[in-house]
Ligand binder design. Structure first.
Ligand SMILES: O=C(O)CCC(=O)C(=O)O
Length: 270
């Protein structure tokens, strides 16, 4: 399903930029089947009979021109699980971040239709203050060819070295999706250098949990879809007290008196 070999030059590139952009990652014969999963999942047709943990957009309920998101579709669909829980993703995350292993903390299905609105610039690890250590590595896999016109993912090169800020502002469809980024950069005297992730369908991008990233409006006539694995170290634990970020959804999986992340809810990839 995935074919990729990491080398030391790519690890150095990741350490320098905070991201790695790969034109080829998923075998092309899987792409149609993966793309065909989006519509039924967003319509609530779940192969396993299990609802995803978060389902932020539904047909006939929500506006057509926003970015649609499902979190933890792996629980609802076996092919999505095969992809987001792939051992190679865990191995790359571990090598890039110097972890002894990696586990999935959350997946995302993101569907930006023609006219689909923005996602605010943010840092992924900022949403995980309920995890120790508060870190993350994200593998973003594109189901479509991407371009600036399509509102592709954007990175601020080197911003993984800027430290971690608590999440702020509106995440979905803000009018100015660079507002939080610009205000942070101005206050801290940082220079913004943007890289657009332009890859063919089946390409991928890995980014550090501190990386500032977001995406603009899809001004094309085509869909822009991505499947994402957000990973943490395999030995990460629940924070005993913190309740910020996405804790309200995921702390329900914590057992009383224990800080262990359950492998059934947060699978080990590597
Ligand atoms: O695909 C996008 O527009 C945003 C993706 C994102 O924020 C992420 O994968 O962490």
């Amino acid at each position: 399903m995935i074919n990729f070999k990491l080398n030391n030059n790519l690890i150095d590139e990741f350490n320098e930029n905070g991201y790695l952009i790969l034109d080829k990652f998923i075998h092309s014969e899987y792409l149609d089947e993966l793309r065909n999963k989006f519509e039924p999942l967003f319509k609530g047709d779940f192969e396993t009979g299990i609802e995803p943990d978060e389902w932020n957009w539904k047909f006939n309920r929500d506006p057509m021109n926003v970015t649609r998101q499902i979190c933890n579709a792996w629980k609802s669909d076996n092919l999505i699980k095969q992809l987001v829980c792939h051992r190679i993703i865990g191995e790359i995350c571990s090598k890039l971040m110097n972890w002894s292993g990696a586990r999935l903390i959350q997946d995302n299905l993101l569907w930006k239709p023609p006219g689909g609105k923005t996602l605010s610039y943010h840092q992924d690890a900022a949403y995980d203050d309920w995890i120790i250590p508060q870190t993350m590595l994200t593998c973003w896999m594109s189901m479509d060819d991407t371009s600036i016109e399509k509102g592709t993912l954007e990175y601020v090169r080197g911003s993984h070295k800027w430290g971690l800020q608590p999440p702020k502002g509106k995440f979905h469809s803000p009018d100015d999706y660079k507002k939080e980024l610009n205000s942070f950069a101005k206050k801290n005297n940082k220079k913004i250098e943007i890289t657009y992730v332009k890859v063919p369908a089946g390409g991928a991008a890995f980014h550090h949990g501190y990386m500032w990233h977001g995406s603009g409006i899809n001004n094309s006539r085509e869909d822009r879809r991505a499947i994402v694995s957000h990973c943490v170290p395999s030995n990460a634990k629940f924070h005993p007290t913190n309740e910020g970020g996405t804790a309200k959804t995921y702390k329900k999986f914590k057992r009383e008196g224990s800080d262990f992340l359950d492998n059934k809810q947060f699978p080990i990839l590597f």
